[in-house]
Design a protein around this ligand. Structure first.
Ligand code: DX5
Ligand code: ZN
Length: 215
């Protein structure tokens, strides 16, 4: 079954503990945590401390999406904070091997995220080293943006690449996902759907329905 990863960027920061508990009980698979540094992206969100805090209140997989540059100096801290998956943007750091090496020494799964301006071709050589790839369907930086249909093709390209090379990374789609476009993502080969505003704009009592509707 398709996995759903609510993005807490869209949660109410003052109610986040309760909202995460509801998401947890509503069948979310991963909890997607967007880390933005005001440098790789123009927005600033959370740091490792939020990962650490969330780790204490849920057993769900913490899917940490780093929108930071450089990446290498901060990797260790996110691992120690309890991240289960760490994705980074390859163009944000040149030290890919060192980053993968540090992650491989931990229980954490390595992942990369693909900005709409980055081609699949240009990151193909990294696909044997990762367990998940994030296809960005918005320009990273903000929640609540419109889904870019143009990126569906990347999901398909990655799906075919995975099959042809017998690899087993998951394909995660991130940005503007809702019940209108979820099916297109799934049909093109997505394994995980991230959704922020689609879920958290609903009443807390409707989170489960929203998660289910994406599947
Ligand atoms: C965008 C983030 C996304 C974002 C998704 O830079 O990486 O994870 O939180 O939020 P929605 O679903 O509102 O587009
Ligand atoms: Zn994200």
């Amino acid at each position: 079954m398709i996995k759903v990863a609510p993005s807490i960027l869209a949660a109410d920061i003052l109610k986040i503990e309760n909202q995460i508990k509801i998401i947890d009980e509503s069948g979310a698979d991963y909890i997607h945590i967007d880390i933005m540094d005001g440098h790789y992206v123009p927005n600033i969100s959370f740091g490792p401390n939020i990962v650490k805090a969330i780790k204490k209140i849920t057993n769900k997989t913490l899917d940490v999406h780093l929108m930071i540059t450089p990446v290498l100096p901060n990797i260790e801290e996110f691992i120690e904070s309890g991240a289960d998956i760490i994705s980074f943007h390859p163009e944000a750091d040149t030290n890919h091997n060192e980053i993968f090496e540090i992650i491989s020494k931990s229980d954490c799964k390595p992942a990369i995220a693909i900005h709409p301006d980055v081609t699949v071709k240009s990151i193909e050589h990294l696909l044997t080293k990762i367990k998940l790839v994030v296809v960005m369907t918005v320009v990273p930086g903000f929640g609540g943006q419109k889904f870019l249909e143009s990126e569906l093709e990347k999901i398909r390209l990655l799906y075919n690449y995975k099959k042809n090379h017998q690899l087993n990374f998951e394909i995660e789609v991130d940005g503007g996902v809702n019940n209108d476009n979820a099916k297109k993502c799934i049909n093109n080969g997505a394994d995980v759907l991230v959704a922020g505003s689609y879920i958290f704009s609903k009443e807390e009592t409707e989170y489960k329905k929203a998660i289910d509707s994406l599947r």
